[in-house]
Design a protein around this ligand. Sequence first.
Ligand code: SF4
Ligand code: SF4
Length: 463
Amino acid sequence: MDKPVNKVREAKLELYRKKGKIHARAVTGRFNTLRWSMVWLTQIVFYGACWLNWDANGTIRQAVLFDIAHEKLYLFGLVLWPQDALLLAIALILAATGLFFTTALAGRLFCGFACPQTVYTAIFAWIEAKVEGDHLARLKLDQSPMGPHKLLVRTTKHAIWAALAIWTAITFVGYFTPIRQLLPTISDWQVGPWEGFWLIFYAAFTYAQAGLAREAVCQHMCPYSRFQGVMFDSATRTVSYDAQRGEPRSARRQTGNSGDCVDCGICVQVCPTGIDIRDGLQYQCINCGLCIDACDEVMHKIGAPGGLIRFASEIELAGHPATHSPAKRPRVAIYAGLLLIFSGLGIWTLSQRSPLLVDVLRDRGALLRETAEGRIENAYTLKLMNLSDQRGDFRIEVEGMPGITIEGQNEFSAESGSIQPVSVTVSVPPASGRPGLQPIYFRVASKQVPTTVAVEKSSFALP
Ligand code: SF4
Ligand code: SF4
């Protein structure tokens, strides 16, 4: 007789995963090809980009690097600073709006093809299939008692998973600490505390999420699956079963007055989340389209047209024509409008961005001073913010009043990423204008990059 504690544990497992461990059957077809294309694309970018170098005017550095210690983000030739937080905010808004837009158009496309959880689950499941065999062999192995063979394949699988998870963690940390510097420190564990923490955490996280938890993350942990429904409308195309065409399902389709579904169950066997799409739209469905591939193959074999399971909207399944009218799809129109607005704002912000920012403070302690020659002097403090990734030399000029000039030094240097305060004295000949404050303009130009110029308005006090 089962102990009560075992029954409780089983009940918990039942809640967590209703159908036991899912061993999805392999399938071929256009959505499977698209899915693997996305796996390759995303992983080539992820594992490869940290190895790219960038020549910044003779200085070789990692092309993509989040240099948290120096508050810089390198993206090839672009260097972003905390002052560029607006760009980051726009990028995040664009990503979120893009996600809402694609969800309104075609459901959880991101989940099925680009979400890291889906991508890594696909890779880990592929390794499992290579080591343990197809879905039937894996089911058999699950049910068999532990023996030398099972121990060997299980150890091999977990060792490969662990190696991949560790390399994934190294790659991830390599975007924050230059990967060529990081690797030698890992071999003798001379990494810093934060690097050590993230290496261990990210490796364990990847291993647990993609190897052990898998579809349970999509079903029970991901909040997106719970609120995606609010982005849907009746014209949103999601993976759907055409019940009008498929029902009544029957394994003896040719002999009776039945629908096209031959009840083979293959669409369920290939589903990575273990659901039956014939039960209707379910929050567990990640829109991967593998059941479409499977069913199309079955339809092909029985000589029926494909598309019994397909990307279709509620109104299409009800037999009405699809609508693309923005008036009938306000969500799509709003998301598209927001995408356009924030894309434009991002491009404009980027085009206006200067690697040199200047702040001018007039010395209010000594408002003005008259020299022995009768010239009037005002003192200023200029803050030169060098946002380039190079040390810069800058020449300061002033204009806006007849005979206005800078007394003494007018060339200064600022280190990369620094704010350099410099003191400047400006003078004008006597009787250069009406008493009071007159507008003047400081023009600061880079000596290395002539196009880098900043003009800042200030005022000159006349007696
Ligand atoms: S694969 Fe197609 S035919 Fe087979 S059970 Fe699923 S919907 Fe029916
Ligand atoms: S029901 Fe189809 S589209 Fe949805 S997760 Fe399963 S296989 Fe993918």
